[in-house]
Design a protein. Structure first.
Lengths: 427, 95
């Protein structure tokens, strides 16, 4: 077999592959045998008809088609290996010469991975922000804790206030007529939560437990029931129970109750440290992203459209899987988000463009710097992964190999190393 | 003597007849009225070969019926010609 490469356009390569006459003839014979098993030639059992008769029966074109299926695939794969090109799409195959007894010549046009021209990627000195936590943020966090640990107190004789949880029976009337859906018993309502139409919750403020109260409201104009929208109504309510959140004062006692610390200051310190850690990791993350995006911006590459399409398809695949896990399907998702496949594709596109370019640039950097992973590093990575997902590293490796995803995994490790390298170089 | 084209009708195309070619035996559907001598002459003349032996088989037609109408496919005669060693018929039965 021999191959010649020709650059057709940017990122498109044409391979002219010549397969030996013998090899092609063999393939045709094999194809005839395969076809003979499928077609019925009168006078012969299946698979027993001689080649020439099969050919007469199915026609030469069908025979060649079958043969080509078996020749072109391996020949193309070999040609790709020999020439060392990096296709990203399926090839467009065009037959140049097809005749038994002669060499088979075909031309395969394929889009290849684009060449990345790296810009500056070392010593960019991207500033890293300093992580900080303000006193207000700590207090805010502390107040959150206070809310979480609040106790509900039943108010026996008091009036409803904002934030109370009220249990009540109510029935709504329009004029003198009760209306559908306007009645409930033992309903728990948080005053100020905005669950009900405006005016209702406010109207209850000041009411006392165990007493009846009439609340006058006006339904909003854009209410979903046309019958009630914009109408005035009266809700006759019976307040059964008033509950109020009792906040513990922020003192040492509180710290003891909600944490393992003895004093409030210790708790505050702990919260501050935790917040600091979050802030630090965010700053680090931002820094990393800033470096990568700078490196990516400095590099120039013309990416063929198919790579985006493929990435978008992958994204769809992921979305679909996660939807199925949630018990939904694509169609329902489109309905919810009021979109369609085209709109989604359009929406995912910028993301895809960015991630494709990022991957390509990182790959180029890895190549330029000779960043690779060793077998040991792979094993180490697998161990970490195994720990995280509570799986045996050996079986994890096995399953990766079986699904042919070992390469992907290695790639991701290399990418990780590359990112670390970039951070080191541009700190 | 009948003309060769009147005697030989077509080659027999079947797994068995194709297999017999290996033994230098060629099978034909022939005119049921033709005898071995006529068949031998016809094969020799038509394919320019020497025939050592002719064997014939009368193949009775099959009874066929379509609904209540009974019919019969025609009787046929099959002849197997053994050629002299070294002779062969090119392109027999499209082979």
């Amino acid at each position: 077999m021999s191959v010649s490469v020709e650059n057709v356009e940017k990122n498109v390569v044409a391979l002219q592959v010549t397969v030996e006459a013998e090899k092609f003839a063999d393939a045709v014979n094999q194809a005839a045998k395969n076809l003979a098993k499928k077609v019925n030639v009168p006078g012969f059992r299946k698979g027993k008809a001689p080649r020439r008769l099969v050919e007469l029966h199915v026609g030469q074109a069908a025979l060649y088609d079958e043969a080509l299926d078996h020749v072109i695939g391996p020949a193309y794969a070999q040609a790709v290996q020999e020439t060392g090109i990096n296709p990203v799409d399926r090839p467009d195959v065009e037959l140049v010469q097809i005749e038994e007894g002669k060499e088979l010549i075909f031309k395969a046009k394929v889009v290849v991975r684009p060449e990345v021209v790296l810009g500056e990627y070392k010593g960019l000195s991207v500033e890293q922000d300093v992580a900080s936590v303000t006193e207000e943020e700590v207090i805010e966090e502390l107040k959150g804790r206070q809310q979480q640990h609040a106790r509900l107190m039943i108010i026996e004789d008091g009036k409803i206030e904002e934030g109370d949880i009220v249990t009540l029976d109510f029935e709504g009337f329009k004029g003198d007529e009760p209306f559908a859906g306007g009645k409930a018993e033992d309903y728990e309502l948080v005053i100020g939560s905005g669950t009900f139409i405006p005016g209702f919750e406010e109207g209850l403020i000041g009411a006392e437990a165990g007493k009846n109260i009439d609340v006058n409201v006006t339904f909003p104009a854009e209410y979903h029931s046309a019958e009630l929208a914009g109408q005035e109504a009266v809700f006759k309510c019976l307040v059964k129970k008033i509950q109020r959140k009792e906040l513990s004062p922020l003192d040492d006692e509180f710290a003891k109750d909600v944490s393992e610390f003895e004093t409030l200051d210790e708790l505050k310190n702990d919260l501050r440290n935790k917040l600091m850690k979050i802030a630090e990791s965010k700053v680090k993350d931002d820094h990393l992203k800033a470096i990568i995006s700078k490196v990516v911006d400095n590099a120039s590459v013309e990416i063929p459209e198919v790579m985006f399409t493929q990435r978008i398809n992958e994204m769809f695949e992921e979305l679909n899987t996660s939807l199925i896990q949630q018990g939904m399907n694509m169609d329902q998702y489109y309905q919810f988000t009021n979109s369609s496949e085209e709109i989604m594709r359009e929406r995912l596109r910028p993301q895809a463009v960015e991630s494709v370019k990022r991957d390509l640039v990182l790959e180029a950097v890895a190549k330029a710097e000779g960043i690779t992973v060793t077998e040991d590093e792979v094993n180490e990575g697998l161990e970490n992964l195994g720990e995280r997902f509570k799986q045996d590293p050996a079986s994890l490796k096995q399953s990766l190999l079986e699904r042919g995803q070992m390469e992907f995994y290695k790639q991701s490790l290399i990418q990780e190393k590359t990112v670390n390298f970039l951070v080191e170089q541009n700190a | 003597m009948r003309d060769a084209r009147e005697v030989l009708k077509s080659p027999v195309i079947s797994e068995k007849s194709v297999g017999l070619v290996e033994e230098n035996k060629y099978s034909f559907w022939v005119n049921p009225a033709a005898n071995k001598i006529e068949i031998k002459a016809a094969v020799e003349k038509m394919f320019k070969v020497s025939v050592v032996e002719i064997r014939t088989i009368n193949v009775r037609g099959k009874m066929k019926r379509v609904g209540k109408y009974a019919g019969k496919t025609p009787n046929r005669k099959k002849a197997i010609a053994t050629l002299k060693a070294g002779d062969r018929i090119e392109n027999f039965a499209g082979l």
